[in-house]
Design a protein around this ligand. Structure first.
Ligand SMILES: [Zn+2]
Length: 244
């Protein structure tokens, strides 16, 4: 097993190219582990990145990325060459896709924040793809009007251009923070210390491993595309992200 991979996306979501050394090669899985990476391996509803790696004498598309025991594996496109261990290479993200995922992921935090502010209910589930996402809430009732209101509230928060900070918060402080308690951060295993916290100033705060934009303005414009009842105390809002 190679060393845990140094991840670059946790501290710099805007990094789109990086240099690294091939730490391990798994020929059966047609995948490589790198000394460091900007490729997000997926998690928390955010899909893994795609892109390419280039080295002296070779180039390969990154088809799939995943994390196993701290090691981030980059599965290369079938038929593309595998670099040898120790090879220096340059990785490049499919940035259009990743940036749209950052906008979409941030839009879901904004939705979470406005529903909490208006109804005081928590999220029960969610998912996203580039440009589209959904969240489920512990709401008693759902209506088209509620969806329209949520859309307006979200676009107002986008217009407010709230700053979004990435912070690493010590566990004791995190477990005592009411904003983090409501998003159930206290259920995260205690050995994870500090917690990585995404703070949309004045709106929403969550322990989160994903990638987000730097201000709400960068999301663009949000449209609520559908409201659904998925059962008692489980109501779904679907949204789409558009350019401003
Ligand atoms: Zn997030």
């Amino acid at each position: 097993m190679p060393e845990p991979t140094e991840d670059l996306f946790s501290t710099d979501a805007y990094l789109r190219t990086f240099e690294a050394v091939v730490a391990d090669v798994d020929p059966d899985g047609h995948r490589v582990a790198l000394s460091r990476t900007a490729f997000y391996p997926g998690g928390g509803g955010q899909p893994a990145d795609r892109g390419a790696v280039v080295w002296d004498g070779g180039t390969a598309q990154v088809a799939k990325v995943g994390k196993d025991k701290g090691v981030i594996w980059h599965q290369l496109e079938e038929g593309d060459p595998l670099p040898d261990p120790g090879t220096e290479l340059e990785g490049t993200l499919d940035w259009d896709r990743r940036h749209l995922l950052m906008r979409t992921h941030t839009a879901l935090h904004i939705l979470c924040g406005v529903i909490w502010a208006d109804f005081g209910v928590a999220v029960t589930g969610g998912n996203m793809e580039p440009g589209k996402g959904r969240l489920d809430f512990e709401l008693d009732a759902m209506s088209a009007e509620l969806g329209e209101r949520a859309e307006k509230r979200m676009n107002d928060e986008i217009a407010a251009a709230r700053e979004i900070l990435v912070e690493f918060v010590g566990r004791e402080a995190a477990d005592a923070d009411p904003a983090l308690i409501r998003t159930k951060a206290n259920l995260i295993p205690a050995f994870i210390d500090p917690l990585r916290v995404i703070d949309i100033r004045g709106l929403d705060k969550q322990a989160d491993g994903g990638t987000h934009v730097a201000t709400t303005a960068e999301v663009g414009r949000v449209e609520v595309t559908k409201t659904e009842s998925k059962g008692k105390a489980n109501k779904r809002i679907r949204l789409a992200v558009h350019d401003a």
